[in-house]
Design a protein around this ligand. Structure first.
Ligand SMILES: [Zn+2]
Length: 335
């Protein structure tokens, strides 16, 4: 089959469009014919290499897959991660805490290919009314944002939520989920065009995170003088200090990533005197996709596609995502 693989770590140029063996499904797996696979920043990190993390090479990247079951032609989405299915955490529905949790395109081969082998428990019905690139733009970021806001921060109506980088996949999902739960949302973005798009997604207030004269925490206080109840963090080093400053007493910071760097400072006196909570979040529960997909079919949540590249242009797609000019998902189409 045709696939895009990495055999070494490095820049976008290490992505090689080449022939690869068609996978052999295990007893509980089926072959899925990939129609579209969305990129995530995770793909860039895996390609570049993650210090201290061994990745089996060659590896086919790609966590967000939409396609058809090979046997039946049925359109499906693939959950981006899969637990072992038998451990305590998996049986408790907390498969994203499974010690053997595998993300497609990371710990197992992913969707930059014509075919991928998928455990049946990772298959989901296709959301209604979406084409394949739109469908592929949904699973990882909506699952991640749902886990952050609903499972970890446990948002409730009337709360105020700050979402960093509303143009990112997680940001787009977080703005919509927070609005769906009746929260007030302040979103950051870079530049006027992206701020307008953040408003169109439902943000009640927007602020430019590149505006040095108006730091995000100050803009937040104009809208919510006490600060926000919840901060959705995934930017890391560049935003961390402003995130902490933006929090109201008893506020919750929930983070799922560190795109700009992972070294962060924390004044412990600030943490305990304001009774803050700092929460980590990793992927999300498989079962929550059974709630999210119908919400997408009903139009209550919507994935946003920025740009579609053919599979053979994965290198250009990686370079484009790395530039950070997109609003929404960058998708590879496999046709
Ligand atoms: Zn397990």
């Amino acid at each position: 089959m045709r696939a895009v693989r990495i055999s070494q770590h490095g820049g976008p140029e290490v992505l090689r469009a080449e022939a690869a063996p068609t996978p052999t499904p295990r007893a509980d797996e089926v072959l899925v014919r990939v129609r579209a696979c969305a990129l995530n920043h995770l793909d860039l990190f895996i390609r570049a290499g993650i210090p201290g993390v061994a990745i089996a090479l060659p590896r086919i990247l790609g966590s967000d897959i939409a396609g058809e079951v090979g046997e039946t032609g049925e359109p499906v989405l693939v959950a981006p991660g899969v637990g072992c299915g038998v451990c305590h955490f998996c049986l408790d529905g907390r498969d994203n805490e499974c010690r053997r949790y595998q993300i497609f395109g990371y710990q197992r081969d992913g969707g930059y290919a014509e075919t991928v082998s998928v455990p049946r428990r990772a298959l989901l019905p296709m959301a209604a009314g979406l084409d394949y690139p739109q469908a592929a733009s949904m699973p990882l970021v909506f699952l991640t944002a749902w886990n952050m806001l609903v499972r970890r921060a446990q948002i409730s109506p009337g709360q105020t939520v700050l979402v960093w980088a509303a143009s990112s996949g997680v940001g787009i999902a977080a703005v919509q989920i927070a609005k769906l739960f009746g929260c007030r949302v302040i979103a950051t973005a870079g530049g006027r065009a992206k701020l307008e798009m953040a408003r169109a997604l439902g943000a009640d207030a927007v602020t430019d995170h590149y505006d040095a004269a108006r730091p995000v925490a100050r803009a937040v206080k104009e809208f919510a003088p006490e600060g926000v109840d919840v901060v959705v963090e995934h930017v890391g080093q560049a935003s961390w200090e402003q995130s902490l400053r933006a929090l109201a007493p008893n506020g919750v910071l929930v983070t799922c990533g560190a795109t700009t760097g992972h070294e962060a400072k924390l004044d412990l006196r600030f943490l305990f005197s304001r009774q803050l909570r700092l929460l980590g979040s990793y992927m999300g529960r498989r079962a929550d996709l059974d709630v999210i997909v119908p919400l997408i079919s009903q139009g209550k949540l919507r994935p946003v596609v920025d740009r579609v590249f053919p599979l053979a242009e994965a290198e250009a797609a990686h370079a484009y995502l790395g530039e950070g000019r997109q609003f929404g998902k960058v998708v590879l189409e496999v046709g």
